[in-house]
Ligand binder design. Structure first.
Ligand code: SF4
Length: 378
C-alpha cells in the first residue's frame, strides 16, 4: 500500500523536470557534493545510471511503482545525477537520445495520468500548460473527449520541429487566433516543450574533477554505448535482425546524414524520409527493418509508418519507387556532405555500388599482399 502523503512526491518524481521538482530538491537541502559522494544516495546514483542505460537500450525511462516517500525522493534525485552522467560522457548522440527518452516517457505517463476519468484529469492538463506558460481553454466534447484551445503563437512556438503535415497551421482550423487540439495532441506538444527544457543546457558544464570522481558510473555506460555502436554499425541504426545489406559504411553521405538524424530522434522532412526509405528498400531491407529505424522518430506511429513504407515498397499494389536521383536530392536540400565519390555519380544508389566495389577491390589487394608476404617469408 502506498504510504500516506506520498502522492505529491510520486508526482514530482515522475515529472522531475518540473520547476516544482527542482524546488523540492533544493528545499530538501541535498547538496551536489552529497548527491555525488554520500553513501545515503548510492541508490539515487545507481538509479540515475539505470535511467541513462534505459535510454540507450529502450529509448524510454521506466516509471517505477512508488510506495514510499524515501523511494520517491531517490527516484527524483536520480534525475539530476543522470543529467550529470550524460554531461560527463559528452556524447552528442547520447544527449539527444537521453532527452528524447525522458520526454517521451513523460508524455506516456501524462496520457495515462490524464485518462483516469476523474476530474483531476483536467488539472494535469492545466498544470502542464501553466508550467510551460501556455494559455489554454478546455472544453468537454461528447464521449468525454477533452478539447484544448491555445493561441496560434504558442502553437507555433512548440510545433516548429513537428514535420507531419497534420501539425501544419493550415490544417488545424484556426478560429479567432485559437487552435483546437485533442488532449493527446496537446500533450504531444507538451512533450516537445519537455524535450526543449531537458536538452536546453545539456551537456552541463561539469568540472573535470567531478566527472573523474564518478567514473565508476560512467564507464559502464560508455561500454554499453560502444557495444551498441559496434552491433548496429557506424551508421548506428537499429534493426532487429541486423542489416541484410552488409555495409552501411558505403552509404552515400546524404543517406548517412538522414539516418543519423532519425537515430537521434531529430525530425526529418518528408522528402528525406521518402529518399531514405526508397534507398533502403532498393538495397534489400525489409519493411519491418525500415520500421525499426523509424522507431526513434519523435512522431513515430507504427501504423502510419507501415502504411507509408508498404506504399513506397509497392506492396500495396502501387508502383515500387526508386530512390531519388542526386539532382532531386539537391532540389529538396537533401544532398549534404557530398564527397569526392559524389563527383563520379548522379544517383545515391550508384554511389553505394561504386563504394562497395572500391572496398571489395581494396580487400582483394590486401589479401594478395598478405599472400605475397607469406610466400617470401617461406
Ligand atoms: S551527390 Fe548524390 S549521393 Fe552524394 S550526397 Fe548528394 S545526393 Fe547524396
Amino acid at each position: 500500500m502506498m504510504e500516506e502523503g506520498v502522492k505529491e512526491e510520486a508526482r514530482l518524481c515522475f515529472y522531475p523536470f518540473l520547476s516544482a521538482a527542482s524546488n523540492y530538491v533544493e528545499a530538501s537541502g541535498v547538496t551536489l557534493d552529497a548527491l555525488i559522494t554520500a553513501a545515503a544516495f548510492e541508490r539515487a546514483r545507481l538509479r540515475g545510471k539505470e535511467r541513462v542505460r534505459e535510454a540507450i537500450r529502450e529509448g524510454a525511462i521506466r516509471k517505477p511503482v512508488i510506495m514510499r516517500t524515501a523511494q520517491a525522493e531517490m527516484e527524483l534525485l536520480s534525475y539530476p545525477f543522470a543529467r550529470i552522467l550524460v554531461s560527463c560522457i559528452g556524447n552528442a548522440h547520447l544527449v539527444r537520445r537521453y532527452a528524447l527518452s525522458e520526454a517521451k516517457s513523460a508524455y506516456n505517463k501524462l496520457l495515462e495520468d490524464s485518462s483516469t476519468g476523474a476530474s483531476a484529469d483536467t488539472d494535469i492538463i492545466y498544470g502542464m500548460a501553466q508550467e510551460f506558460e501556455i494559455k489554454i481553454d478546455l472544453s468537454r466534447l461528447p464521449h468525454e473527449h477533452v478539447q484544448v484551445q491555445m493561441s496560434f503563437v504558442d502553437y507555433l512556438r512548440f510545433t516548429s520541429n513537428l514535420r507531419d503535415k497534420r501539425w501544419k497551421l493550415v490544417n488545424r482550423g484556426l478560429e479567432k487566433g485559437q487552435v483546437k487540439l485533442r488532449k493527446g495532441e496537446f500533450l504531444r506538444i507538451i512533450q516537445e516543450a519537455i524535450y526543449a527544457r531537458i536538452s536546453k543546457d545539456m551537456p552541463l558544464d561539469v568540472p573535470a574533477a567531478l566527472c573523474e570522481s564518478i567514473r565508476k558510473y560512467t564507464t559502464d555506460i560508455e561500454v554499453e554505448l560502444e557495444e551498441r555502436r559496434k552491433k548496429f554499425g557506424d551508421s548506428g541504426f537499429e534493426t532487429s535482425s541486423g542489416f541484410r545489406v552488409k555495409d552501411p559504411s558505403c552509404f552515400p553521405p546524404c543517406i548517412t546524414a538522414i539516418l543519423s538524424n532519425l537515430k537521434d530522434g531529430v525530425n526529418v522532412p518528408h522528402t528525406a524520409r521518402f529518399a531514405v526509405t526508397a534507398f533502403l528498400l532498393n538495397i534489400g531491407l525489409t519493411v519491418d527493418e525500415i520500421i525499426e529505424i523509424y522507431k526513434n522518430s519523435p512522431d513515430f506511429d507504427e501504423e502510419r509508418t507501415r502504411y507509408q513504407v508498404v506504399h513506397i515498397a509497392g506492396e500495396s499494389g502501387s508502383t515500387k519507387y526508386t530512390a531519388p536521383s542526386c539532382s532531386t536530392m539537391r532540389t529538396y536540400g537533401n544532398c549534404v556532405d557530398s564527397d569526392d565519390v559524389c563527383e563520379k555519380i548522379n544517383h545515391p544508389l550508384s554511389y553505394y555500388k561504386l563504394k562497395l566495389k572500391q572496398k571489395q577491390k581494396r580487400k582483394e589487394e590486401q589479401q594478395d599482399k598478405s599472400k605475397e608476404k607469406v610466400k617470401t617469408e617461406k
